[in-house]
Design a protein around this ligand. Structure first.
Ligand SMILES: O=c1ccn([C@@H]2O[C@H](COP(=O)(O)O)[C@@H](O)[C@H]2O)c(=O)[nH]1
Length: 266
């Protein structure tokens, strides 16, 4: 079964399009976990225990794991999430020349989907696109203010770069495994892009800590009911002031976001 069919089933099972971002900033991990062998893993395990019933996927961002202990923490986290039947989308934003990107694509042996950067063109993404079972989310219109610097530039045809990226992503979708990353902070672009590529599911980050538009994220992020709305800090650090009870607050935050997003689902 391909990733989007599996995601469709997962969304139906938990009645949720919430992507729980696992970005365990070491400086924000509660004191009582700092002595663990792998504090990031100890933190994530507790977050997974309280949020998995509300999670369509877990989205660890590779930036929070790129050191030897980090990779171990990530491996444990992925295995634990899978043990709870939750797919894992690695937010790695990878791509490189073909020979290198083939190595990056090995990551798809351990996760279910990945984010990739289209800046180097189709050959830089080919090993990801060719992996029929895995999801490939292509950065299109990102949520950060500087996303405009390049993505909004107008081409000679009058279309902005992000629209060209969406058109290319649609062309590259031979295996029905491509989605787009479009920020919830850009509701107008979400609407335009949904019209342009009606069949591509979106990963929509930027609700929660970045203050994006949750209603637009659901209304335009889903293609035939399939898509993901991510919150990371808003869920995992919801209980920052609650000491050993921190994970309970994360479970409540994930449930609250699920219910809020479900108000807008058809
Ligand atoms: O356009 C983008 C692409 C990726 N992200 C990532 O999503 C999460 C958002 O975290 P919050 O704490 O909910 O703000 C994080 O991993 C980003 O690197 C994004 O925000 N925008």
């Amino acid at each position: 079964m391909n990733f989007f069919d599996r995601l469709h089933d997962r969304i139906r099972t938990v009645d949720s399009v919430v992507s729980v971002g696992l970005d365990p900033d070491p400086s924000r991990i509660p004191d009582h976990l700092q002595d663990h062998d792998l504090p990031r893993w100890a933190f994530n395990r507790r977050i997974i225990d309280t949020t998995h019933e509300h999670a369509a996927v877990y989205k660890p961002n590779a930036a929070f794991y790129e050191d030897p202990d980090g990779w171990r923490a990530l491996e444990e986290t992925i295995a634990y999430a899978h043990g709870k039947d939750v797919p894992v989308l690695l937010d790695a934003k990878r791509a490189d020349i073909g020979n290198t990107t083939r190595q990056y694509a090995e990551m798809l042996e351990t996760v279910d989907a990945i984010t990739v950067n289209p800046y180097m063109g189709r050959d830089s993404l080919q090993p990801f696109l060719a992996d029929e079972k895995s999801g490939v989310f292509i950065l299109c219109r990102t949520s950060n203010p500087g996303g405009a610097d390049i993505q909004d530039l107008e081409l000679e045809t009058g279309e902005p770069v992000y629209e060209r990226v969406a058109a290319l992503a649609d062309l590259w979708n031979d295996n029905d495994n491509v989605g787009l990353v479009v920020g919830a902070t850009k509701p107008e672009e979400l609407e335009e892009l949904r019209e342009q590529v009606p069949d591509l599911p979106f990963l929509v980050p930027g609700v929660g800590a970045q203050g994006g538009d949750a209603e637009a994220a659901v209304e335009y992020g889903l293609a035939d009911g399939v898509g993901l709305v991510n919150s990371s800090r808003g869920i995992i650090f919801a209980g920052e002031d609650r000491g050993e009870e921190f994970a309970k607050a994360s479970g409540q935050a994930a449930k609250r976001l699920k219910n809020r997003l479900n108000q807008y689902r058809a």
